[in-house]
Design a binder for this molecule. Structure first.
Ligand code: PLP
Length: 468
């Protein structure tokens, strides 16, 4: 398959069977390769390049193919199934809605929508007073941009400037691409939005950002305003940030975000968090921004919101959420009945069934084990970033060279040993086990990862491909 760096012929595997994993074939299987080829004929190649496996069934912390292989999933699909694949409560809710049947209702009133939104807003921080549901994360972040700018118009700002951050990512629709930083990804647009600005991100290797977080934020914003001739109170309307930066799970220093929040208040900017990846229990809090001790005006969520079917949303202060006129902010699938019942069930799984609390406990163990892993590979794992049940291992050599090929090799090796990790295509390995994962499965997955790292390093070291 064009674009995939993974083997295109079956590779010999060590057959294995434990309580949590089973590898019964060479990988990728011939079946997988046939499907890959079929997809490359009928589907845009941009969708391809993923680890070569076929998902036939997924339950709890496991993914199965039809050939008898069973993996521990450290991806939650992609931060979606925080409450476990096929969570029983979510399934029951979906089955009941399908059996009713109520499979679509546009923006007509449904009991499912009323019950979900009432429960959602009763369960989330008080500053979030109203919701607007859509289907994908990128629609939610695009919508947040619109709301920030409508607010600028209402409050009589001279310009509609939005402050974002270097390296952050918010989705693939046009507004989201403007908000995101990756310049290459938005070349297709042909112009930049002159009122979206990117501030320096406090990466863990920027020591000055951690020794003086408030100063680092202030210096960044002052330099921007001086260079662009901006008066923050007149020319800026919003500050929008990923609650942690996705590819490496990089959190900000708390004081950095607190200073950003203070700057936003001083100058009449709305403070918005992109919780699409970080929300719904992933980091040990319901939303990751809650770690920073600030109040949000807007948040965007998606992925883990329903633990299953497409559901995303913007939550925010009522006066902001009501800026668009009646009927002027909606989408065909907004608040789809299946999304609403799944969303309510997933939230109940977190709050009533105790998965949020369990995820917090598992997260402490997970982070301690990853810190030990870093100690074992000091010249290779440059940083372990993350909180709760998300982590990014940043692999760089002693000369700071990204070890992207090693990350790719570890991801494939792990697959061959019954563990799925998030393949980022860059020098990070990302991990996101479900909050429901049993402790022994979490430990088993971490043991596999450790062994894969050791073996890939030894193999690639011998071949002169890594210097460690
Ligand atoms: C932080 C963040 N924002 C927005 C998005 C876009 O979400 P979606 O792919 O559902 O459009 C993602 C997806 O990875 C994300 O991680």
């Amino acid at each position: 398959m064009a674009g995939s760096g993974f083997p295109q012929t079956p590779q010999a595997t060590q057959r294995l069977e434990t309580a949590h994993r089973r590898i019964a074939t060479d990988l990728p299987t011939p079946e997988c390769l046939r499907m890959q080829q079929a997809l490359s004929r009928v589907e845009a190649r941009a969708m391809h390049g993923q680890l070569p496996m076929v998902w036939d069934r997924a339950e709890g912390h496991n993914v199965y193919d039809a050939q008898g292989n069973k993996w521990i999933d450290f991806t939650c699909s992609i931060f979606v199934t925080n409450v476990g694949h096929g969570n029983a409560r979510v399934r029951r809710a979906l089955e009941a809605a399908v059996a009713k049947p109520l499979l679509h209702a546009y923006t007509y009133i449904t009991r499912e929508r009323v019950e979900y939104l009432e429960y959602l807003l009763a369960s989330t921080p008080a500053s979030l007073e109203k919701a607007f549901c859509v289907s994908s994360g990128t629609e939610a972040t695009d919508c947040a941009l619109k709301l920030m700018r409508l607010h600028a118009v209402k409050s009589g700002k001279r310009r509609r400037g939005v402050l974002c951050f270097e390296g952050n990512w918010h989705g693939r629709t046009m507004g989201a691409q403007f908000l995101g930083h990756n310049p290459g990804q938005k070349e297709w647009i042909g112009h930049v939005d002159p009122d979206i600005h990117h501030l320096p991100f406090p990466y863990p290797w920027r020591t000055e950002a951690w020794s003086d977080p408030r100063g680092f934020f202030r210096r960044g914003v002052e330099a921007l305003c001086a260079a662009q001739g901006l008066d923050p109170a007149k020319d800026l309307c919003g500050l929008f940030l990923e609650s942690y930066q996705g590819w490496g799970a990089f959190f900000y220093p708390e004081e950095f975000v607190q200073e950003a929040a203070r700057f936003a208040r001083e100058n009449g900017l709305l403070l918005g968090f992109d919780e699409v990846q970080s929300g719904f229990g992933r980091t040990g809090e319901l939303f990751a921004y809650q770690h920073y001790g600030v109040e949000a005006d807007l948040i965007c969520c998606g992925k883990g919101a329903s633990g299953s079917v497409p559901l995303s949303m913007v939550l925010g202060r009522a006066d902001i959420m009501d800026l668009p006129e009646t009927g002027s902010m909606s989408s065909t699938h907004s608040a789809h009945p299946l999304a609403c019942v799944a969303g309510k069930a997933a939230l109940e799984a977190l709050l009533v069934d105790g998965l949020l609390e369990q995820g917090r406990e598992r997260g402490a163990h997970f982070q301690a084990r990853l810190a030990a892993l870093q100690k074992r590979f000091p010249g290779v794992i440059q940083h372990v970033a993350g909180r709760g049940l998300v982590a990014g291992l940043i692999l760089r050599d002693a000369d700071d060279k990204p070890l992207t090929a090693l990350c790719d090799a570890v991801a494939f090796e792990a697959l061959c040993r019954g563990l799925i990790v998030v393949h980022t295509g860059r020098e990070s390995i990302k991990l996101a086990p479900p909050l429901s994962i049993p402790l022994d499965a979490l430990d088993e997955g971490l043991d596999v990862l450790e062994q894969c790292l050791a073996d890939c390093l030894a193999r690639m070291g011998e071949a002169g491909e890594v210097g460690a």
